[in-house]
Each structure stands twice: as C-alpha cells, then as structure tokens.
Ligand binder design. Structure first.
Ligand SMILES: O=P(O)(O)OC[C@@]1(O)O[C@H](CO)[C@@H](O)[C@@H]1O
Length: 305
C-alpha cells in the first residue's frame, strides 16, 4: 500500500480578482475551497487512476476537521490530531499572474511527531511512503531522517517531494524517487538547470549524491526523468493556465500510477504525468481531470541518453 504523508496540510482558497491595488477593497470572485496539501493531492490523483493509497497528516481545528472529512470521501485518512488550526493557503489569480500565499501552518509538538512515526511503524501494509510538502513549525529537518529510518526498517520505498534544503543530505539515503523542480535543484543543490546540457548535468549530480530516480519538472518546459542509466524528456501540453497550484503533485502522482507498477513504462508514465499536470493547471485546485486524454496527444517523449 502506498501511504502519502502531508506534514503540513492546508485548505486551499483559490480566488480570482482584477489587478490588485493597495489601500482599496479588492473584491474577488470564483472562490473555491478545497482540502489539500501536497500529499493529499497525490493521493487524490492516484485514486483517480485507480491506485489505492492512504493519507497521513497532522490536522487540527475546524480546518483540519474539514480536510479529514472531505478527504475521507475519496481515500482512507489516518489523521494525527494536533492542537492549533490547520492553515488556509491563498492563491490569487489576477490579470498579471498568480499570487501564491502559503501560511506557516500549525505547530506540531514532539508527542504528535512520535505518534506519526509509531503509526508508520504499525502500518503493516506499507510498501511506499510519499513524503510531500513543507514542515510545519515545531518540526525540524531531523524528522525527515526519522521518517527514512522507519521506512527503511519496514523495507518500504521512499518518494520525496520536498523543497527543504535537507534534501541535499537525504538523497544519500537512496530514495526511490525525488521530484524537484528547476528552482529547487538550483536552491538545494546549487546546480543551474538552464538548457538541456544543464539538465543532464543536474540529473547526474543528483544520482551521484544518491537519488535512484529523478523526475525533474520544469513547468511549461516539460520534465526530465532519469533512472541513472537513461534520461527522457517530455514536452509540456500547452494550455491556458488558471492556477499552477497542485499541478506538480498531480504530475508526480500520475507518473507513479504507471511507473510503480511497471518501471519499464517510462514513456507512458511521462505522457500521463504531463497531460495530468497541464489539465490541473487549467483549473482551481485539482479540477476534474476531464481533458487528460486529449492533452496526452500533445505530449512528446524523447529518450536523450
Ligand atoms: O507549503 P507546502 O507544503 O510546500 O505547499 C502547500 C501547498 O501550496 O502545496 C499544494 C500545491 O502543490 C497546495 O495544495 C498547498 O497549499
């Protein structure tokens, strides 16, 4: 069983407005509230493709209750309940572009962190843990090491989609897959992706440091996947972007939905990943995935190495 761990879940509030001005009322329209957080998005998208998973996360207050209740309609949830109020993240679409306003989130005390580790130790069917998103206040980077220890002790695989600088050390623990974007690779590993040559150099650096497989996403420029022996590039489907929030999570999940079952099906996994990510970028939140098959026809995958 795949488990997704969202250390810092959120209700996402997507709104649209005109050009923002200071010192006046900026009325918004089309407000959409959705139960989210990166790992929850992964579980929802996996579910769309018929892959079962369980949601793990720290949840608190009215917002935490709402997320758990809504998420449970789509996927089993194993919440660790915390004091404090799970954050509401705000995404504002304006004519000039999108403002992304994530909040820090509610603090998670040590007792609750240990409760989550115990829950994982006791999850008898754990085969793969996908750890996604930021750490909430009160949780330091060493917690990632503890999670890796538990996953390793259970003989399970680890997928990391985190932007914490500690990823630079965690790759030495040989995660099955990491999914950085170009900005994260530059910030965490100090490698500039730039053009194709830069991407190839970045990928080989990530493997040298320990990553087994890398899905490197570049937004509108597509993505690279490397398994250490071969490298593929997938083009992005061209769409009218409404909000890029959740697109990366859906890209990862849809890639995993194919590749975890069949490691040889990289091309098919990348086509689904690019088409799904593009479809999600067309809507607020995850949307309904209704255009994935159409968009898939636009995606070209090339093996470079
Ligand atoms: O602060 P984090 O955990 O890095 O990101 C949280 C978040 O922005 O990521 C998702 C989109 O990827 C949203 O659903 C959520 O609000």
């Amino acid at each position: 069983m795949i488990y997704t761990l969202t250390t810092n879940p959120a209700i996402d509030l997507n709104v649209t407005t005109g050009t923002l001005s200071t010192d006046r009322v900026n009325r918004t329209r089309d407000a959409v509230y959705t139960p989210n957080g990166k790992g929850l998005n992964v579980s929802f998208a996996l579910g769309h493709y018929g892959v079962d998973s369980q949601i793990l996360g720290f949840f608190g207050g009215f917002s935490g209750d709402y997320i758990v209740r809504e998420a449970a309609r789509r996927c089993p949830v194993r919440p660790v309940t915390i004091d404090g109020i799970t954050r509401v993240n705000v995404f504002v679409t304006t004519p000039e572009g999108e403002y992304k306003l994530p909040n820090a989130g509610a603090a998670v005390c040590r007792e609750k962190q240990v409760e989550m580790l115990d829950l994982l130790r006791e999850a008898g069917d754990l085969s793969c843990l996908v750890v996604s998103g930021s750490l909430p206040p009160g949780v330091d980077a060493g917690y990632y090491d503890e999670l890796v220890d538990v996953v390793r002790a259970r003989g399970a695989e680890l997928v990391l989609d985190i932007s914490h600088p500690h990823l630079a050390e965690l790759v030495a623990r040989r995660p099955l897959l990491i999914k950085p974007n170009d900005e994260e690779v530059a910030a965490i590993f100090g490698v500039d992706v730039g053009d194709e040559g830069g991407a190839l150099a970045a990928l080989s650096e990530l493997h040298r440091r320990g990553a087994q497989n890398v899905l490197l996403t570049l937004g509108g420029e597509g993505a690279y996947f490397s398994d250490g022996a071969h490298v593929w590039h997938a083009s992005a489907a061209k769409v009218k972007v409404l909000s890029t929030a959740c697109a990366g999570d859906a890209t990862l999940a849809s890639f995993l939905s194919v590749w975890l079952e069949d490691r040889g099906a990289v091309e098919r996994a990348l086509i689904r990943a690019m088409a799904t990510g593009a479809n999600v970028a067309m809507s607020a939140g995850l949307g309904d995935f209704s255009l994935v098959d159409d968009l898939a026809r636009q995606v070209e995958v090339t093996r470079l190495v």
